[in-house]
Design a protein around this ligand. Sequence first.
Ligand SMILES: Cc1cc2nc3c(=O)[nH]c(=O)nc-3n(C[C@H](O)[C@H](O)[C@H](O)COP(=O)(O)OP(=O)(O)OC[C@H]3O[C@@H](n4cnc5c(N)ncnc54)[C@H](O)[C@@H]3O)c2cc1C
Length: 450
Amino acid sequence: MASSPSPIRVAIIGGGLTGLTLAYYLQKAGVAYDLFEASGRPGGNLYSPLTPEGYQLEAGPNSLLLSAELEELVTELGLQSHIQEAAPVSQHRYVLRGGRYQALPASPPALISSNFFSLRTKLRLLAELLRRPTQPVPGETVAAFFERHFGAEVVQYAVNAFVAGIYAGDPAELLLSLTFPQLAALETQYGSLLRGLAKGPKTARRRTITLRGGVQALTDALAAKLTNYHPDCRITAIGLLAENTYTLTPQPPQPAALAPYSHLALALPAYAAAPLLRPHFAAAAEALAAVRYPPMTLVYSAYDRAAVAHPLAGFGALNPRVENTYSAGSIWTSSLFPDRVPAGQVLFTSFVGGAQFARQAQEPAATQLAAVHHELSRLYGIEGAPRWQGRYYWPQSLPQFDQYLAAARAAVAPLAARGMVAVANWQAGVSVPDCIKYARRLAGQLAANK
Ligand SMILES: Cc1cc2nc3c(=O)[nH]c(=O)nc-3n(C[C@H](O)[C@H](O)[C@H](O)COP(=O)(O)OP(=O)(O)OC[C@H]3O[C@@H](n4cnc5c(N)ncnc54)[C@H](O)[C@@H]3O)c2cc1C
C-alpha cells in the first residue's frame, strides 16, 4: 500500500470496526496516521470465539447485510472466499403472539392475506394508502410515527420486536429522524409509507452473509494490513498544544506522550470519549456521557436436533415486550449457518437485555442460562437438558438513537473545525455496512486536505 509523508497527521482512538476501516483507507491514500486500541484484540464489537466443543459463536454481529462497500473491502482484504451466504430459509422470520410463534408476513400483500394482524389493523393498513404528504413531526419517536400510520397493534407486535432485535432499543424512546431517516423522507414525498415503498427507488435486496471463521476475520484482516496500529494502548488523556494540535497520553507502560497530531478521530463509544474530552470541551463531554448503552447478554444454547420439536425453518424469532418473555428473541444460528455447530445439533443465540429487557441482562450467569433454557423448552417444544450452554455479557451494548444521542452529535459537530471528528457507531449508524461507509467517506475527506 502507498504511504508518503503528508502535512496532516491523524490520531485514531479506538480499534473497533470504524477505527480500523478509517485507518485502512487513510493508509491507502497516503495520509499519516496512528491507531491506538486499548485491548490486545482488534475489532471491538466484532468478536467470534470458537469453543473447545466446536461451536463457532458470535458475540457481536451474527449476520451482515452485504453492501457494496462491505463487499469491496472484503475483496481488497482477500477474504472473498470467506463469504458465506445465509441459508435460503433465513427469509422467514417469526414473532411471538399469544405464546406461539407465527410467521411475520414479508410483504404488504402477504400481510393483508395472513391472519397475523386483526381485521381492524388490516383496514388501517389499507387506509394508510390514502395519506397525503406531510412534513416530519419534530422530535417524533419511532413508536409515535408507526402508530400514526398503522395503529397500536403494529407497534406492539412488529415495530417493538424489530427495534428490540436490531437496536436493543425501545421504539417509544428512539427518534425516527435518527433511526429511520429514510421513512421520514418517504412520508414527506408520498404521505403513505406503503405507497412510498412501492413507488420509491428500488434498492436491490442485499444478501445476508457471514464470514467463515466468524465476522472477526474482517477486523483481524484490517489490523494485519495496518503499518501504524498500536494494540494494548489505552489513551487516558488528550492534550491541546495549540488551536489544532493534539497530544495523547497512553496508559503506562507505553511512552509518556504521543504527539503531535493535526486531527483526532474518536472511534470509541461515547461514554469512553467523554472523559477524554472533559478537560477541554466540558459541554461536549457531558453530552457524550449522557448517551445510553443498555446492557445485553447473549446466551447460547445447543440441543440435539431430535430433542427440538419446532422445525426452526427461518432466521429466528422475536419476542415483543407485551408477551412478557425473559429474552428479546433468538437467532436460529444452526439454521442460518449449519456448519457452525457439530452435526446433529441445533444452536440458539438468545438476546437477553437491551433497553426493554435491561434487568435480565444483569442477572447472574446461572440464572440467565436456566431461564433461557426454560423459555426455549416451552416455546420450541424441547425435551431434556441442553447439550451445551454459554454466554457473553456486554455491560454497555449499543448506543440508543434517542434525544440524548441527538444532543451528543450536535455537541461534537463544532469540534470538526478544530480537527476533531467522531467516527464510531453512535455517529456512523450501528450496522457494520454503515460503520464502513462512514469511515471510508471520512478518510476521503481527510485525504482531500492532505
Ligand atoms: C450484541 C451486538 C450485536 C450486533 N449485531 C449486529 C448485526 O447483526 N449486524 C450488524 O451489522 N451490526 C451489528 N452490531 C453492531 C456493530 O457490530 C457495531 O455497531 C460496530 O461493530 C461498532 O464498531 P465501532 O468501531 O464503532 O465501536 P466498537 O466496536 O465499540 O469499538 C471501539 C473500540 O474502542 C476501544 N477503546 C475504548 N476506549 C479506548 C481508549 N480510551 N483508548 C483506546 N481504545 C479505546 C475499544 O476497546 C474498542 O475496541 C451488533 C453489536 C452488538 C454489540
